[in-house]
Design a protein around this ligand. Structure first.
Ligand code: F6R
Length: 365
């Protein structure tokens, strides 16, 4: 039931503060991660992990890409991420003590399951699943499972499943990192930051009117460019995927530093550029990318917090987000991009919950 909402997608976007909290419930205290909550064998399975191989498709793949930044940063463990349809059809080199991590909302995605079955034959250390559907094939076939508590997701475009995947992945990363030298202080700092996320997402939802206003600028556009750096690059990729899926506007995501290596040639007044730029260590670098776009007459849409100090000017629209911890920023910064694509799609009159040519669960190759 959509209740007061016009579409399931909008309802699911608004459920995020609650389901993010639900995904943390019982797994973290006020200051620490509860390792046992990840399963009684979690301690043993995570102990000697020397490499993490993440496999997923679509939006779930973007969650995996964010997790790679976290795992290498906090756990000091090398991590590879690959889409399942590529991984399953190539020869791969198995590193010692690899944890194989599959991310899937449905737990029934054919390519992801095939990759897992192959990996088991090849002898990875253990298989961890991050999944939203209890009893799914993925859950049944994995050694360790962290369920996202997003509840049923009806809209084909994944929203709350993605942000809860990120929460589960961050909790997993902290449990893993603790075995590999992460200090108690740093763990506490991040867990405390995680507790702030539901409130911060609420603050972003309150910006919906402002974002709906901005979405009008996209109505007559055929192309768009999404930029982000570091762990915000996968957020840009996810924002671009959402816009493509439901508004049918061509959208591409680039790491901001790649702009001058090609895509800058596309930038003119018909090419809106969307950037996600919280005030992390990368904000300064991102600002020079913004200049490059502006100098070519491009229209810019910047999602940043006030301390990034990016001022609205002609052709620069700034949506000011709450200040967030650098580690949890990808979760919060995903939400305004969901709202943007939703409102563009509504204005264009597309079938938001059932975009053309797409299915919710891709159980065939
Ligand atoms: C995008 C979307 C798809 C899925 C992909 C994987 O909004 O929903 O890209 O993310 O088909 O599905 P799961 O996570 O069920 O394996």
């Amino acid at each position: 039931d959509k209740g007061e909402y016009r579409h399931y997608m909008l309802k699911e976007i608004h459920e995020q503060p609650r389901v993010i909290k639900a995904t943390m419930e019982g797994r973290v205290t006020a200051s620490r991660v509860l390792e046992q909550a990840l399963g009684t064998e979690a301690g043993d399975l995570l102990k000697d992990v020397r490499h993490v191989q993440i496999i997923a498709c679509g939006t779930s793949y973007h969650a995996g890409m964010v997790a790679r930044y976290w795992i290498e940063d906090l756990a000091d463990i090398p991590c590879s991420v690959e889409v399942a349809s590529e991984f399953r059809y190539r020869k791969h080199v198995i590193q010692q003590d690899t944890l194989f991590l599959c991310i899937s909302q449905s737990g029934e995605t054919a390519d992801t399951l095939a990759a897992l079955r192959q990996a088991k034959k090849a002898g990875f250390r253990a298989a961890l699943a991050i999944c939203n559907v209890p009893g799914s094939s993925l859950v049944r076939e994995s050694d360790l499972v962290i369920m996202t508590q997003a509840g049923p997701e009806i809209g084909v475009a994944s929203t709350k499943a993605f942000t809860t995947q990120l929460v589960a992945l961050l909790i997993f990363t902290l449990a893993l990192a603790r075995k590999n030298g992460l200090s108690e202080e740093r763990e506490t700092e991040i867990v405390q930051a995680l507790h702030l996320v539901p409130g911060q997402v609420n603050d972003v939802l309150a910006l919906e009117g402002e974002i709906a206003e901005i979405s009008k600028r996209f109505m007559d556009k055929n192309h768009s460019l999404f930029l982000g750096r570091g762990s915000q690059f996968p957020v840009a990729m996810e924002g671009a995927l959402k816009l493509k899926e439901i508004s049918y506007i061509h959208a591409e995501a680039y790491p901001a530093g790649e702009l001058k290596h090609g895509p800058l040639a596309l930038v003119d007044s018909e090419m809106p550029v969307i950037t996600v730029a919280p005030n992390n260590s990368m904000a300064e670098k991102l600002k020079s990318n913004l200049e490059e776009v502006r100098a070519r007459g491009g229209e810019l849409f910047v999602f940043a917090d006030s301390s990034a100090n990016i001022k609205p000017e002609e052709n620069i629209h700034v949506v000011q987000l709450p200040e967030v911890h650098e580690i949890t920023a990808p979760i919060v910064y995903t939400v305004p991009l969901q709202l943007l694509s939703y409102h563009v799609a509504v204005l264009k009159g597309t079938d938001v919950d059932q975009p053309r040519n797409l299915a919710k669960s891709v159980t065939v190759e």
